[in-house]
Write a protein of this length. Structure first.
Length: 269
């Protein structure tokens, strides 16, 4: 698993006794092994997104860059339920929209958005976008997430807002504008549309989508109840450094991975 090195998955993890260890990504995988890991995490992420209710008809997609061909990505087949996606169902598409592997077509919006995000961010392995309920509700405000909770601090000064909604994404030019709004951050709020997150692994991109959706829900609830108190910038940056990053995102996804793979092992088929 190609994840950037960090000191620890979480700041609360300190020195451990001999014989005690935490799961960590394997940095010595072959290309074939790395491809399989990315596809397995992709299938698991779709199953989890289905469980969390992130699907909306045929909308929504998660992509994983192929480790051998960086100009191609694995993605869900158009019109297939997140809850039924298996590794063998995933399709491979290049940045020109050519289907390289698979038996079903790609969602055109998925191609237009993700091809340009992957093109703009060569450091990104995966990108996730769905029309989740609280993400699309929050996106209608056209504002960034505020650091009103510890979890929301993960996105402080690390996400953008794309404020030029022009209907269903049907051309790569809008995908380029979304990539520009993302910048070098981990996420972007697509106004009147939803959320998009990226990561150095599928696990990271999926985790940040899940926690961003929940942070949107928390902010909407807090705004409905009153005026939320915002964490000061210095503290928010400190917390972001403690709970955020490629390895932290990968590690946060582990309990969900363990749960869904134990309950639904057919996703590996």
């Amino acid at each position: 698993m190609t994840v950037t090195s960090e000191a620890a998955p979480h700041a609360s993890v300190g020195a451990m006794p001999e014989g005690v260890h935490l799961p960590l990504p394997d940095p010595n995988l072959s290309v074939e092994e790395e491809r399989q890991v990315r596809k397995q995490e992709l299938a698991a992420a779709f199953r989890l997104f289905a469980r969390f209710g992130f699907s909306e008809g045929v909308a929504g997609h998660i992509t994983a860059r192929d480790p051998e061909n960086p100009h191609a990505f694995w993605v869900n087949p158009f019109g297939m339920s997140f809850s039924q996606i298996r590794v063998s169902d995933l399709i491979l598409v290049d940045h020109d929209g050519t289907l390289l592997e698979g038996r079903r077509p790609v969602n055109n919006a998925a191609f237009c958005i993700h091809s340009e995000v992957h093109r703009a961010r060569p450091d990104v392995v995966a990108a996730a976008h769905t029309h989740s309920l609280h993400g699309k509700a929050f996106s209608s405000l056209g504002v960034p997430l505020e650091p009103i909770t510890q979890d929301a601090c993960a996105f402080f000064e690390d996400h953008g807002v794309y404020a030029d909604y022009q209907g269903v994404v049907n051309d790569t030019e809008e995908g380029r504008r979304i990539g520009a709004a993302l910048g070098d951050g981990k996420a972007v709020v697509l106004q009147n549309h939803g959320l998009l997150t990226v990561g150095a692994s599928v696990a990271e991109a999926a985790w940040y989508f899940i926690t961003m959706e929940r942070s949107c829900q928390a902010q909407l609830l807090a705004m409905a109840a009153g005026k939320p108190r915002v964490i000061d910038p210095e503290t928010a940056r400190q917390v972001r450094a403690q709970i955020s990053g490629a390895l932290a995102g990968w590690f946060q996804f582990r309990p969900l991975w363990d749960q869904i793979t134990a309950e639904q092992p057919d996703l590996f088929d």
